[in-house]
Design a binder for this molecule. Sequence first.
Ligand code: MGD
Ligand code: MGD
Ligand code: SF4
Ligand code: MO
Length: 681
Amino acid sequence: MPSLPQREIRHSVCALDCPDACSLLVTIEDGRATKLRGNPDHPVTRGFLCAKVAQYLERQYHPDRLLYPMRRTGAKGEGRFARIRWDEALDEIAANLQAISDEYGPEAILPYSYGGNMGFLNGNGMDRRFFHRLGASRLDRTICAAAGGAGLMQTLGSRYGTEPEQFAHSKLIIAWGANIMGTNVHLWPFIAEARRNGARLYTIDPVKNRTGRLADRHYFINPGSDLALALGLMHVIVKERLHDVEFVSQQSTHFDKLRDFVEKYPPEKVAALTGIGAEEIAGLAREYATTSPAVIRLNYGVQRSERGGAAVAAIAMLPALIGSWRQVGGGLQLSTSQAFQLNRAGLEMAELQERSPLKRQARMVNMTELAKALTVEADPPVKALFVYNSNPAAVAPDQNRVRKGLGRTDLFTVVSEQFQTDTADWADIVLPATTFLENTDLYFAYGHYHIQMARPALDPPGECKTNVEMFRLLARRMGFREPCFSETEDEMMAGLLGSAHPFLNGIDLDRLDREHSVRLNVSEPGTPFLPFASGPCNLDPALLEYTPPVESRLGSEDLRGLFPLEMISPKNDDSMNSTFGNRPAQDQETAVLYLNTADAAMRGITSGDQVRVFNGRGSLTLRAEVDGVTGPGVVSTPSTRWSKRAPDRRNCNVLTSERLTDMGGGATFYSCLVQVERCGD
Ligand SMILES: Nc1nc2c(c(=O)[nH]1)N[C@H]1C(S)=C(S)[C@@H](COP(=O)(O)OP(=O)(O)OC[C@H]3O[C@@H](n4cnc5c(=O)[nH]c(N)nc54)[C@H](O)[C@@H]3O)O[C@H]1N2
Ligand SMILES: Nc1nc2c(c(=O)[nH]1)N[C@H]1C(S)=C(S)[C@@H](COP(=O)(O)OP(=O)(O)OC[C@H]3O[C@@H](n4cnc5c(=O)[nH]c(N)nc54)[C@H](O)[C@@H]3O)O[C@H]1N2
Ligand code: SF4
Ligand SMILES: [Mo]
C-alpha cells in the first residue's frame, strides 16, 4: 500500500454476520485508525453503529491478535503453539492434504467456514475454488438460515422481501422471533419513525428481550409453535373473510386447499399449542388483516427449531393472504440476500471439481452435523479439517461430541483465525488472518438492498493474510496451475459483477469505487414490489400439518419427563456469535440463565444462585436470573461465549442437539429440553 497521508477518512464495510452490513468511516492518523463510525450518508447505516462494532478498534489493535503462523507443541486442545514461518506452514499443510488425498481420496478433507467474514471474496471466493480443485468434501452451510431459506422458497419462490426503508410507512409492525434492538438495530429508526406516525409494534417471542420490552404488546409463545400460530391466524382471517380476495386470486395458487386446511386450526386449539390465549389470537388476526399497511419482520429465531422450515413457509403466506404486498410498508422481510444476483458460479467455480482427482462432484457434509462427521465411521472418514471464518468448537451443536472429534490424534486440523479461539486450540497449524478493515471485498446484505465495496483502510499487522491470499498461496503449493488462482481481487470482483440480472444494471467496479454503496435496481424507490421471483405465491399447505418438536414440552414424553424445561440460547445483544469471545463483558453476559419465577420457586432458586443446567448431552453451570424475561417452562441463556473462558470450560452448546429441521437440513439450537437445579443441592 502507498504510504498514508497524515489524516484521512477511509471507507469500509462491516463484514460481520449481521443483516445491517454497515457502511463505515475510518479515521486514519499517521497510519493508525483513531476513530470508527457509521457513515451518515448511507441510507440504512445513517451515521451510527451497534455497541459491539463501535468498539471494534479495540479488537483491531488488541495485543492478543494472532500475527504469525504457529505449529502445535502441546496436546490437542491444550492451546500450546510455537511460531513458524509461512513457508513452513504452507509446506506442511500442502504435504498433509496431499498425503490424505492420496491415501483416502480428497473427500477425506473437509472445509469448515461460516459467517466470520461476509465478503464475497473472503467468505466464498478463493476458498471455494481451492477446495473444489482439491476435490474436498463440500460443506452444506446450514447452521444459521437453511430452514428459513427453504420455507421462504417454498412460499415466495425467493429469499427477499420488504425493504427496510419502507418500514417507516407501516402502521402495524410484527417482530416475529426478531430481536431488532439486539441483532438488526439499523431497522429500528424506521420503526421509530413509523411509531411516531401512529404505528404499533408487537413482538412474538418466547423471550421478552430488549425489543419485547419496547413493544406495544408482547406475545409469549411456546418455542417451536409458530407454525401453529400462523395457521390459527389464517383460520380467523379466512373464516371472517378478512383476506384480500382479489390479491389472492391474482397473485397466489392453492388458496382453496389452504382454506380447507386451516379449518382444523381454530384459536382454541392453537392456544393450547402456543400458550397464547384464544381471544388474543383472534384479536391479533383481525388487527393484522385490517391494519394497512402491516408488515412482518420475521427473523431467524423462529427457524432454529424442528418445525422451523414449515413455520417460515406458513408465516410467509400471511402477507399474500391480506394483500399487504400491494402497499409501501407492507409485506414481510426475513432476508434480502437473494436480490444480490451476482455471478457467484463464476466466483466459486464448482466445475473445478472435474479437474480434481475425484473427477466428479464431491459429497456434501452438513455443517450442523460436524460432531457426526468427526466421530462416526464414514467412507472416506474425515482426516483433515480446514477451519476459517468460524469457531465450531464454540458454536456447533452437541459440543462434547464435537470436541471428541477435534481431539482425534489422526485428524489434521488447520485453523485460520484472528484470535486464539476455542477451535484454534485444537489446531495442528494456526494461520493469522486479517480483519475486514484490512481487506478488499464486495458485500451483499441480508437486511437491505445496497451493494458495497471496500478497499483496505489499514495495513495488516504482523504476517496476517486475507483468506484470498492464503488460498492463493496454498493453491500454488498444491501445484494448481489454473489461471483462476492468480486472479487479483479486482478481477474477481469484476467477474462477480458481470451478471446480466436487471437488479445489477449499471453497477460496476468503477461506480462502486466512486460511490462505495449502490442500491440494487429491485424497484423504483418508494414503490412496493413483489418478491415472487418465479410465479405467484404458493399457498399449498401440504407440508404444514403441525406436530410439536420432539424436544419440547408437548413433544417426546420420555424426554420431557426427565428434562421439563425448554432452553433458548438466542443472540447476545452486544456480541456477534462467538467473535468477541475474548471480551470480559461477553463472559459476564453469557454466564446467565433466565428463569421464570414459577420454575425458579419450584427449585428453590433465587437470582444470583449458581445453577446446573443439564440434559442427556451435557451439563453446564450458569448464574440464575429470575425475572419476567421468559414464560413458565422456558429458560434462556444468551449465546455464545468462548468455552475455555468459562469456569467449567464449556458453553450452552454442550446442551444443544444435532437434530435437523424439517426443511433445509438446518440446526435446531432452540428445540432443546433441559433440567435445572441449584448447585450444591
Ligand atoms: N447482537 C448480535 N447481533 C447479531 C448476532 C449476535 O450474535 N449478536 N448474530 C447474527 C446472526 S449470525 C444472525 S443469524 C442474526 C439472527 O438474528 P435473530 O434471528 O434476530 O436472532 P436470534 O437471537 O437467533 O432469534 C431472534 C429471536 O427469536 C426468538 N426465538 C427463539 N425461538 C423462537 C421460537 O420458537 N419462536 C419465536 N417466535 N421466537 C423464537 C429468540 O428468543 C430471539 O429473541 O443476528 C445477527 N446479529
Ligand atoms: N447455542 C447457539 N449456538 C449457535 C447460535 C445460537 O443462536 N445459539 N447461532 C448459530 C448461528 S445463527 C450462526 S451464524 C453460527 C455462527 O458461527 P460462526 O460463523 O462460527 O461465527 P463466530 O462464532 O462469530 O466465529 C467467526 C470466526 O471467524 C473469525 N474471522 C473473522 N473474519 C475472518 C477472516 O477474514 N478470516 C478468517 N480466517 N477468520 C475470520 C472470527 O475471528 C471468529 O472467530 O453460530 C450458531 N451457533
Ligand atoms: S454488526 Fe451489524 S449493526 Fe454492527 S456495525 Fe456491523 S453491520 Fe452494523
Ligand atoms: Mo447466523
